[in-house]
Ligand binder design. Structure first.
Ligand SMILES: C[S@@+](CC[C@H](N)C(=O)[O-])C[C@H]1O[C@@H](n2cnc3c(N)ncnc32)[C@H](O)[C@@H]1O
Length: 298
């Protein structure tokens, strides 16, 4: 694989906001512990990116914020002979988990802060991400850095969540738990619009400005709704381990935790159909193309 893969050994401590600590701490560990559930849940989204990479006959693909590697592997499988996918992530435990899962000869994983890492210039002809680009403390700097890593004409195709109002499945647990967390003096704080986090790219005009300032061209942002699901038997594990509520439950006593679980589970009933849970992931499909390397602006 090209030299970017062997030199990309940046420390997770490069990242300049609380996101690196979160993903190297309890947040990342929760994803590692529940990677089977998350991979099942978001498999249709990895498949979309893999299909695109295959259709474009991409050869050198970068998966940004790859986590435990499901999308990196899906893309690697979709590439023609000789094609390679490199997954980078700021989280040491998630990259360790990615490396210990099924090994593919054309999928590799490196710990790197995608915003700051000194990638080899013009090393990739496609950049993808499933929900890994909303966490940068300086998104313009991040997309300018990624733009330098992109070869002239390279394609960017990343998926990010639309707003919380359009993703009720993602917010129902926090809403149902809110009164009890308030009672326990542990309210969940709502991040400011555009702040690094799950819904940091909810505003498409802001995303367009970020990509434009990062030197990307032919920016196209389209809504994408994808049906996702999991077995009902996994639902309690999902909302007690993952997301903001999963984080908060680490800090409450067992009686409060039991009351919260009892209040939250029925709130998911509209998404439960027998033994299955189903919802639509309301995403943005964000595409762009890199032009002349001299075109990068800050
Ligand atoms: C919501 S998870 C998605 C993981 C993976 N793409 C998936 O779909 O399974 C977000 C990922 O972005 C990573 N991340 C956050 N900030 C990053 C940064 N500055 N550079 C690289 N990865 C980052 C996190 O560590 C985490 O693995």
């Amino acid at each position: 694989m090209h030299s970017a893969t062997t030199t990309a050994t940046a420390s997770a401590s490069e990242a300049g906001n609380g996101q690196a600590a979160l993903w190297n701490g309890t947040g990342g560990q929760a994803w590692v512990d529940n990677q089977d559930l998350l991979d099942h849940l978001f498999q249709p989204l990895a498949a979309r990116l893999a299909d695109t990479a295959g259709a474009l006959s991409a050869r050198r693909v970068l998966d940004i914020g790859c986590g435990t590697g499901a999308t990196t592997r899906a893309v690697a499988r979709a590439l023609d002979a000789g094609g390679e996918c490199l997954g980078v992530d700021v989280s040491v435990p998630m990259i360790e988990a990615a490396r210990t899962r099924e090994a593919l000869p054309n999928a590799r994983f490196v710990v790197a802060d995608a915003q700051r890492h000194a990638f080899e210039t013009a090393a990739f002809d496609m950049l993808v991400s499933r929900f890994g680009v909303m966490f940068f403390d300086d998104p313009v700097a991040a997309f300018a850095n990624l733009r330098r890593a992109a070869a002239p004409g390279a394609r960017l195709c990343v998926l990010a969540w639309r707003g919380p109002d359009q993703n009720p499945f993602m917010t129902v647990a926090g809403r149902a738990a809110a009164p009890l967390l308030q009672e326990a003096a542990m309210p969940l704080s709502a991040p400011a619009p555009g702040a690094p986090g799950q819904f940091g790219f909810a505003d498409p005009e802001r995303v367009r400005r970020i990509l434009d300032a990062g030197g990307w061209q032919d920016i196209d942002i389209q809504p994408l709704d994808v049906g996702c699901g999991m077995p009902e038997s996994a639902l309690e594990r999902y909302f007690t381990r993952l997301g903001a509520l999963g984080q908060a439950l680490h800090r409450v006593d067992s009686a409060t935790r039991a009351r919260i679980v009892a209040a939250v589970r029925p709130a998911f009933d509209p998404f439960v159909d027998g033994e299955s849970v189903r919802f639509d992931a309301a995403c943005w499909r964000i595409e762009a193309r890199s032009g002349d390397p001299a075109g990068v602006r800050r």
